[in-house]
Design a protein around this ligand. Structure first.
Ligand SMILES: NC(=O)c1ccc[n+]([C@@H]2O[C@H](COP(=O)([O-])OP(=O)(O)OC[C@H]3O[C@@H](n4cnc5c(N)ncnc54)[C@H](OP(=O)(O)O)[C@@H]3O)[C@@H](O)[C@H]2O)c1
Length: 331
């Protein structure tokens, strides 16, 4: 039995990893999940316990408080040890201070190292290429610093693997998602392709790494199912579902792009990522290939086809966005 501590277990990527390891036919692999949450009584945590009565234990802790995390490792040690850790950290918000994100990540890396974890996966984010590395700010900088902290402790024996996911396709869910579609359709150049991924495949790739940790030790995997333009994305949605991807009117998106710093910065980051990839400055083919070796990721068409039958879930809070923040320019 391999014990995995999942930080961010009640979130998108954490739940995806839990499904990938515990849902049949992978159940025979012999995993036990310790699902970290700040509140065991939250609806998401209760749902996890009910869904996986045997293979999962909810553990309460706060990544801000290193001792609360160390206590979880101590408690598990009484009956075994934490073998692997999946580290996902909450996004602090566009333009928000990310010192907490960096502190939380480093806390988890440090405790995992102290307790001799055998496989540590940090899920970070795709970047804008080497030229942007020295000017990274806020959450991007926090993520880079956590990755570097893993590398430093890797020199002392930590077996880390970093995942760098692209833009989540779930960002387009719900009403906020339909604003996101219109923003990118109108804000990006027509030729700009976006590096997309469904968060279920981040979980699938992470599960592939835990199944074969030696192969991916000290490697960075770029987790992207397909790079495509917004019109190619619309086409994939139409072919997969028979419907156009929901988008608010262009005039509304234009108004938001003028008032929202977050919207402008999102478009700028995607343009930077695109031009770095297409100038040859930022080659990610090998890193995407590695992720595909851990799990063959879905392209946008396959992802939309898979999602078509699932009940639509409200998604009013991606990247800490809300309608109010968008309309008042606070995002
Ligand atoms: N959206 C995108 O396109 C995109 C692309 C690339 C990377 N990312 C990155 O993905 C990350 C978010 O992943 P996600 O969407 O899977 O997460 P999510 O759904 O937003 O969930 C956040 C998780 O963090 C946990 N959490 C928050 N504060 C905590 C604390 N102090 N201690 C312990 N746990 C805490 C929450 O657990 P409880 O509430 O249960 O405690 C929850 O499980 C961000 O770092 C973001 O930058 C996003």
């Amino acid at each position: 039995m391999r014990n995995i501590l999942v930080a961010g277990a009640t979130g998108k990527q954490g739940q995806a990893l839990i499904r990938a390891l515990l849902d049949p036919p992978a159940a025979e692999d012999g995993w036990h999940i310790y699902a970290l949450t700040r509140r065991a009584s939250s609806p998401a945590a209760v749902r996890l316990t009910e869904t996986y009565p045997a293979g999962l234990t909810i553990v309460e802790g706060d990544l801000e408080e290193k001792e609360s995390i160390a206590k979880i490792f101590e408690d598990v040690k009484k009956s075994g040890a934490i073998w692997g850790v999946f580290c996902v950290l909450a996004f602090p918000g566009m333009g928000a201070d990310a010192s907490g994100e960096e502190r939380q990540g480093k806390n988890l890396v440090d405790v995992s190292f102290d307790f001799g974890v055998k496989a540590f996966i940090y899920s970070s984010a795709m970047r804008m290429g080497p030229k942007s590395e020295s000017t990274l700010e806020l959450s991007h900088k926090a993520k880079r610093n956590i990755e570097n902290h893993c590398i430093d402790l890797g020199n002392k024996g930590l077996n880390w693997t970093t995942l760098q996911p692209g833009f989540f396709l779930e960002n387009f869910d719900g009403f906020v998602g339909s604003i996101g579609v219109a923003l990118l359709k109108n804000g990006l150049k027509p030729e700009t392709d976006v590096a997309f991924i469904g968060s279920d495949d981040i979980g699938n790739v992470a599960a592939g790494v835990f199944r074969n940790p030696e192969k991916f030790r000290h490697k960075t995997l770029v987790v992207v199912g397909e790079c495509c333009t917004m019109s190619q994305l619309e086409d994939a949605h139409q072919r997969a579902t028979g419907k156009w991807i929901p988008a608010v009117p262009a005039a509304f998106a234009w108004m938001i792009s003028k008032t929202s710093k977050g919207a402008q910065s999102l478009v700028d980051h995607i343009e930077l990522n695109y031009s770095a990839r297409h100038s040859g400055e930022y080659s990610v083919e090998e890193e995407i290939g590695l992720a595909n070796q851990a799990y063959k990721m879905k392209d946008c068409y396959e992802w939309f086809k898979q999602e078509k039958d699932k009940a639509a879930l409200p998604n009013e809070n991606w990247n800490q966005v809300s309608i109010g923040k968008l309309l008042t320019g606070r995002w």
